[in-house]
Design a protein around this ligand. Structure first.
Ligand SMILES: *Cc1c(COP(=O)(O)O)cnc(C)c1O
Length: 356
């Protein structure tokens, strides 16, 4: 009997076709310097000694929502908390896209989960390549709005590190008004808070902003992210979210990270990472096998090498794990390097120097 059972024959056909997202952890390796997932390099402090785990948690823990609303400068009704920005990406598709009918749009090279989530739900993907300078192709976006329900725009963009121009965002918000939600993924906004568009929510009912505690807040292992949008959009997302998305420990630790003290600590981290990014970028741009270090407003840099594959492998063998981006549209010979500690950055520089 058991030999006749084939899970794949029962799976939905689009799922059968899928290959799982190659997350940094799945890519594995025996690294001791992990610079492939844009994590913060050292662990934050937190307290947890609650004993009430016999009780279900709140769906939207009030102190987490209130702290985040105050931090982001929006009202509590405009905040949804869930299991990371990745879950926000998916909730939006589940709530707004009819499989086989509606489409999501995004602009490669960009973050991979927009595509993975759309594929999982059988929703069409409209990929509108960015311009050579990685700004949005506004005309192509306008020409492809038909049946598009969600437009994901990553700013600062992963993996290129650039900000999307405010004027372009306004154009997209206006051309999409009443037709589609414009989802600005601000996973890295703490590294350049002056570019946030969260305050625009009051003026653009079709704007959604994604945030996370995984990057500048140093809590990738916590799995906690936020969706900011008009109360009407949040209300719809609350219909499709799991009844208890955050466990009690997650809610407790998230509230601490978002306390006044927690936010001050985050800002110190950002200052350190920014200094280290400038130092790493300068050192790498001097090397002959480096063609270009792209400017970045984030905790990673994209670097074009003469032979990226050689650099990737050589560092991998020394336990330094980078992220290969060379398969992404327009990113031949590009590797993405997360900014680590000063010591880790020195190891990267020395390992690459040794190849010159
Ligand atoms: C890391 C990242 C996310 C995912 O964040 P989580 O909160 O850890 O799920 C979303 N978008 C972008 C652009 C990211 O780089």
């Amino acid at each position: 009997m058991s030999e006749l059972f084939k899970a794949a024959s029962l799976a939905r056909s689009n799922v059968k076709e899928m290959t799982p997202y190659m997350s940094a952890r799945r890519l594995g390796g025996n690294g001791d310097v992990w610079l492939n997932a844009n994590e913060y390099p050292t662990a934050p402090d937190f307290q947890f000694n609650e004993r009430n785990l016999n009780r279900y948690p709140e769906c939207q823990p009030a102190n987490v929502i209130l702290n985040y609303a105050a931090y982001a400068g929006v009202s509590p009704e405009e905040v949804l908390v869930c299991r990371g920005a990745d879950e926000s990406i998916e909730l939006l598709i589940r709530a707004f896209c009819e499989p086989g009918k509606d489409a999501v749009m995004f602009c490669p090279p960009t973050y991979g989960m927009y595509s993975v989530s759309a594929e999982t739900f059988g929703v069409e993907q409209k990929k509108i390549p960015s311009m050579p300078d990685w700004s949005l192709n506004i005309d192509a976006i306008r020409d492809n709005l038909q049946n598009t329900k969600l437009i994901y725009i990553c700013s600062p963009n992963n993996p290129t590190g650039n900000i999307i121009d405010n004027k372009d965002l306004v154009q997209v918000l206006e051309m999409a008004a009443e037709r589609a939600l414009v989802v600005v993924d601000e996973a890295y906004i703490e590294f350049c808070p002056q570019y946030s568009v969260a305050s625009w929510i009051a003026n653009y009912p079709n704007l959604v902003v994604l945030r996370t505690l995984s990057k500048a807040f140093a809590l990738a292992g916590l799995r906690c992210g936020f969706t900011l949008a008009s109360a009407d959009v949040i209300e719809i997302l609350l219909k499709v979210i799991a009844p208890y998305p955050l466990s009690t420990p997650v809610a407790t630790i998230a509230a601490q990270a978002l306390s006044i003290e927690g936010i001050a600590t985050m800002k110190h981290r950002v200052a350190t990472i920014t200094d280290n990014r400038i130092a790493l970028s300068e050192a790498l741009s001097e090397l002959p096998i480096v063609e270009k270090v792209y400017p970045s407003e984030t905790n990673y840099i994209l670097v074009r090498f003469t032979e990226a594959n050689k650099v990737f492998k050589a560092l991998w063998e020394q336990g330094i794990i980078l992220r290969d981006q060379s398969k992404q549209l327009g990113l031949t010979n590009c590797l993405r390097i997360t900014i680590g500690t000063e010591t880790e950055n020195v190891r990267v520089i020395e390992a690459i120097e040794a190849l010159c």
